[in-house]
Design a protein around this ligand. Structure first.
Ligand SMILES: NC(=O)c1ccc[n+]([C@@H]2O[C@H](COP(=O)([O-])OP(=O)(O)OC[C@H]3O[C@@H](n4cnc5c(N)ncnc54)[C@H](OP(=O)(O)O)[C@@H]3O)[C@@H](O)[C@H]2O)c1
Length: 242
């Protein structure tokens, strides 16, 4: 079984907790994000297991930095993308929308295509990304966030089909958490908030079980089931605040 994972967006929140679980399980863990001091703090937890690389996914040279991190770790069996930004934008302020797209769409493409091509060359691999349940339907309070998360869901579906057409041994996991108590949500209040440690444990299990789509947790699986059944004409009339 593979024991080398690269996690992009491991400097805080979900990505960081997932990195800590893999460290505890004895994996070699390559971690990235923009904040060097947070990466160094993780490395100090297990200097023999943790490798760091500053990566800003919005920059055109980020794929080269990802390649450098893979080299440092000595290969990659699992790739997990946790980098992402988003906030409520009731005024539809365009700069905030564009920033979200730069990270969650352009940055996402840079990272997952680099990982995909690495796995093609290697002959196998497991590509996972943390999208969100927010991609289920367009959210008036967070247009770019919900739309970029839907983009990620669709992109992972497309890569899965492409890999199968080319008979590649690549597994895909789309992780869709509900609300998690992390710095991402610091400015707003949310219902059904989950603990980041519990969510990280569920993510590691979903990856281990090679789940194709993992909605986290069970409460959100029920919620999303009913959410999907709301007809379009009704959904756009609902005053959803979050
Ligand atoms: N919290 C929730 O309720 C929730 C629910 C569903 C899905 N998610 C998704 O889960 C993922 C992680 O979010 P979180 O809640 O853990 O939030 P977080 O604590 O704010 O973590 C976000 C991570 O993304 C990284 N990041 C942001 N911009 C980046 C960039 N340009 N280049 C590289 N890394 C970047 C951050 O690192 P640096 O700042 O160091 O670059 C950080 O490590 C996101 O994709 C988010 O959409 C979160």
């Amino acid at each position: 079984m593979g024991k080398r994972i690269i996690i992009i967006g491991a400097t805080s929140g979900i990505g960081r907790k997932v990195a800590e679980v893999y460290i505890t399980q004895g994996w070699k863990v390559g971690v990235a994000g923009r904040r060097a001091e947070e990466l160094e703090a993780l490395r100090k937890q297990a200097p023999d297991q943790v490798f760091t690389q500053v990566i800003d996914v919005t920059q055109p040279d980020s794929p080269e930095h990802l390649q450098a991190l893979i080299k440092q770790v000595g290969g990659m069996d699992v790739f997990l993308l946790s980098s992402g930004i988003g906030k409520q934008n009731h005024d539809l302020e365009p700069e905030a929308e564009l920033k979200t797209a730069a990270t969650n769409v352009e940055g996402f493409i840079r990272m997952v295509t680099t990982a995909y091509h690495f796995f093609v060359r290697q002959g196998y691999g497991h590509l996972a990304a943390i999208s969100s349940i927010a991609g289920t339907k367009g959210l008036g309070a967070a247009a770019a966030y919900s739309a970029t998360k839907r983009f990620q869901n669709t992109y992972l579906d497309a890569m899965d089909q492409l890999a199968r057409m080319n008979k590649l041994n690549i597994t895909f996991t789309d992780i869709r958490p509900g609300f998690v108590a992390t710095p991402l949500l610091k400015d707003d209040r949310y219902p059904l908030l989950m603990d980041v440690t519990d969510v990280a444990e569920e993510i590691v299990q979903a990856i281990e079980k090679k789940k194709r789509i993992a909605i986290i947790d069970w409460k959100y699986r029920i919620l999303v089931f009913f959410w999907r059944m709301i007809p379009h004409w009704l959904w756009v009339r609902l005053p959803v605040k979050n």
